[in-house]
Design a protein around this ligand. Structure first.
Ligand code: EPZ
Length: 422
């Protein structure tokens, strides 16, 4: 397993171009299952999770051609509606193939994704929605066995605005008979991007990005290639990670290639703490900021503070003046970065789903362990400002969702070495 050696403290300066969003790319690649013709993508990020879903599509008989960041997917030849545990266990988002498989073939066998470090990650809302649309679903030997004659449009009311469930039902609705309405839908920008991709293929959708989404079902014969390549939106979570890195190191960095309106609440919070932030159309420019103050954050579904930026925000809070609190309301176990940060000198107390952080003068380098994707990012941020060397182990967690983050940070002036694992 690779590890990263980071010499701190450093100051980041320069410009970084953000890659396309992992959490938009995964559902959009799953959606290609619906279309019996080739679809071309540009700017697909080079991430482990993207590699996994492309392998999963190929395992179903789908033709995948990848040339650097360009990907051509042709699901005409799909002949196997089975998503195997060996692939699904490495990436939970594989469950997003369920809706499109059922919609197009009326049958699907998808391994239950199982939990992960941050929580049990059930899929009950996904399954409730598909049953509402007429699917018969059994759980057998760890697999979701689903079948239906033809999915029917329905009004699907979510008990919680689940991102993945919204995406699965949206995709299932594309080839269902009639109209599907999702109430209490997730409103994340990645949902909006999935809708934009589907509408580019001729699907009629209203209300994407709001809590009430209407999808008009089509016949497979009505689907038409868009004739244009599709580019996924910039990754707002990667952008937030670099923005916080610039602020923590008191540097001057420009973060480009994403839509700042996708990070409104995060940018407001950082400004409230005292960060000097200039917001452009497709960039954010961090000017050297000093004397930041602590604040309170509670993670919520979009447009609230995103849970995927919680760990990175806690890294910043651990080195500003004064006290802060972070309340995690989305996942039940998303404080795995805390013990590792404490080993670097952070002062954090946990009480239920709230972390109490007392800002310290400085952190010190130490050997630390990655536990999940965003916790890993938080450890890198701490290492950038810690005095001495930090050895970050199990960086495969990081490689799942950040494209060449060590290279990007090196180009901004940090001292990071990747040590190839055995
Ligand atoms: C997506 O996960 C993202 N992953 C996550 O990003 C992100 O943290 C999450 O949305 C919330 O924004 C991808 O898009 C690939 P949810 P997802 O369904 O769809 C509960 C990262 O770091 N729930 O909105 O799994 C669930 O247990 C990852 O990039 C049910 O109870 O999120 C959780 O507590 C981590 N039943 C909450 O809802 C269900 O059927 C949010 O889950 C589904 C979800």
């Amino acid at each position: 397993m690779d590890k990263l050696l980071v010499q701190g403290p450093c100051q980041l300066n320069g410009t970084v171009e953000i890659s396309s969003a992992k959490n938009a790319t995964l559902p959009i690649l799953a959606a290609t299952i619906l279309f019996p013709y080739p679809v071309k993508f540009v700017g697909i990020p080079d991430l482990m999770d993207v590699g996994t879903i492309l392998k999963l599509l190929q395992s179903m008989g789908i033709n995948v051609t990848k040339n650097d960041h360009e990907v051509l997917i042709d699901a005409t030849t799909l002949n196997n509606q089975h998503a195997d545990y060996t692939l699904v266990k490495t990436m939970r988002a594989s469950v997003l193939v369920l809706g499109p498989l059922l919609a197009r073939f009326g049958i699907a066998s998808v391994s239950l994704p199982g939990g992960c470090a941050i929580g049990a990650r059930p899929v009950d809302i996904h399954l409730m929605g598909l049953e509402k649309m007429g699917a018969q679903i059994e759980i057998e030997n760890g697999y979701i066995k689903a079948k239906c004659d033809k999915l029917k449009g329905a009004v699907v009311k979510f008990p919680f605005p689940s991102v993945g469930a919204t995406e699965n039902i949206m995709m299932a609705a594309v080839l269902a008979e009639g109209v599907t309405v999702i109430e209490n839908a997730a409103m994340e920008p990645e949902i909006d991007d999935l809708a934009d991709f589907l509408m580019a293929q001729g699907v009629k959708i209203e209300g994407a990005g709001t809590s009430h989404i209407t999808i008009h079902g089509m016949k497979e014969t009505e689907l038409r290639p868009s004739g244009k390549s599709y580019r996924v939106i910039g990754d707002r979570i990667e952008a937030a990670t670099f923005i916080i890195a610039g602020i923590m190191t008191k540097g001057d960095i420009k973060v480009t290639g994403f839509n700042p309106s996708h990070l409104e609440f995060v940018l407001e919070t950082l400004k409230k703490m005292g960060a000097k932030i200039e917001i452009g159309k497709d960039y954010v420019h961090i000017h050297p900021s000093d004397g930041l103050k602590g604040t309170m954050v509670e993670t919520l579904p979009f447009p609230g503070f995103p849970t995927d930026v919680q760990a990175q925000m806690m890294a910043l809070m651990s080195v500003v003046d004064g006290n802060s609190t972070v309340t995690e309301t989305i996942f039940e176990n998303r404080f795995m970065h805390v013990p590792e940060m404490i080993r670097m000198g952070a002062r954090i107390n946990l009480k239920g789903n709230t972390a109490f952080i007392e800002g310290v003068e400085q952190l010190s380098g130490a050997p630390v362990m990655c536990t999940d994707l965003r916790a890993s990012a938080a450890l890198i941020l701490c290492a950038l400002v810690a005095h001495g060397q930090t050895e970050i182990q199990r960086v495969y967690h990081l490689d799942r969702g950040y494209e060449k983050i060590d290279e990007k940070l090196t180009n901004l002036g940090s001292k990071i070495t990747r040590v190839k694992g055995s």
